[in-house]
Design a protein around this ligand. Structure first.
Ligand code: KIV
Length: 308
């Protein structure tokens, strides 16, 4: 266990994250979509585990995040929360599950807390409706993580996977949006693909923490898609990803070794098999011989007709 993971096992809350910001202690966040990954991240001391709608691409093989449904997100969030003791679990509200009206947003957000035991939800953007939704959710007792900059649910409207806030006017909009989300009650804001200078200004101007992804290292914390960090999802690698492992290659090698051992009968060996004690095997052979004798006797009677 690393020094970081030996830190207090007390559950992470929204207050913990604000305290970390005030202390200058960076927030460590990653994504998970299943029980064993969530357990591994939690035991490694990750503070925030996001069940991101990136699962549409990474776990379900879609080209964008749009296709994932509330039911699918709930299914994965339930698996993640079962594996977590300390980290805060944040569930992404999928595309078109909060953009219609407040009732729809509150109903869907509530399901993640009630049915999947998530601690908070995340939503993208800062439209008038989104700000109202944030206010209402927070008033209802549902903590909200905001998400600005490149917001994947708007990929088509943004013209592709592009850095946001690249000129003074765009940067001003981002800063104002971040402040509006803080006023609406968001407890943190993810900044994705934003120039470092802009995320630095936002981080300095907000009381709530900023969590960066492709936003430089002045944010209060960092998040990556775990499958990118581990080199497991290889369809493409954004420039801001640092790979700490090459699981796709390690897994391929492991699976090829397994296939070769199966074909050469190297697998399974005696230690990997269950052995019947010799006396039981002897008894079994006697019983089988008796049964075979009886059935061949019966067959003889039937063939000669002497049984009629
Ligand atoms: O869906 C996701 O994984 C995210 C992170 C990349 C922030 O929104």
């Amino acid at each position: 266990m690393s020094k970081h993971s030996q830190s207090s096992r007390k559950a992470v809350s929204t207050l913990t994250l604000v305290k970390y910001k005030q202390e200058g202690r960076k927030i460590v966040a990653l994504t998970a979509y299943d029980y064993s990954t969530a357990q591994m991240l939690d035991r490694s001391g990750v503070d925030v585990i996001l069940v991101g709608d990136s699962l549409a691409m990474v776990a379900l093989g879609h080209k964008t995040t749009h296709a994932v449904t509330v039911e699918e997100m709930l299914h994965h969030t339930k698996a993640v929360t079962r594996g977590v003791e300390r980290a805060m679990v944040v569930a992404d509200l999928p595309f078109m599950s909060y953009q219609v009206d407040i009732i729809q947003a509150i109903t869907n957000a509530g399901r993640f807390i009630k049915e999947a035991q998530a601690h908070a939800i995340k939503l993208e953007g800062a439209t008038k409706l989104t700000l109202e939704v944030v206010e209402r959710l927070v008033a209802t007792g549902i903590p909200v993580m905001a998400h600005l900059g490149f917001t994947p649910q708007s990929v088509h409207g943004l013209g592709g996977f592009r850095v946001q806030g690249r000129n003074a006017e765009e940067a001003m909009t981002l800063i104002n949006d971040a402040q509006a989300l803080e006023r609406a009650g968001a407890f943190a804001v993810v900044l994705e693909m934003v120039p470092q200078a802009v995320s630095k200004i936002i981080t300095q101007r907000l009381q709530i923490p900023t969590i960066g992804i492709g936003a430089g290292n002045d944010c209060d914390g960092q998040i990556l898609v775990t499958d990118d960090l581990l080199g497991k999802y290889t369809d493409f690698q954004p420039r801001f990803v640092r790979r700490y492992a090459n699981l796709a290659e390690s897994c391929k090698q492991a699976v090829e070794s397994y296939a070769s051992d199966v074909m050469s009968k190297e697998f399974p060996n005696a230690a990997e098999s269950f052995i019947l004690p010799q006396e039981e095997l002897d008894e079994l052979n006697v019983k089988l011989a008796q049964q075979d004798d009886q059935s061949s006797g019966a067959e003889l009677i039937w063939l000669t007709g002497s049984g009629c």
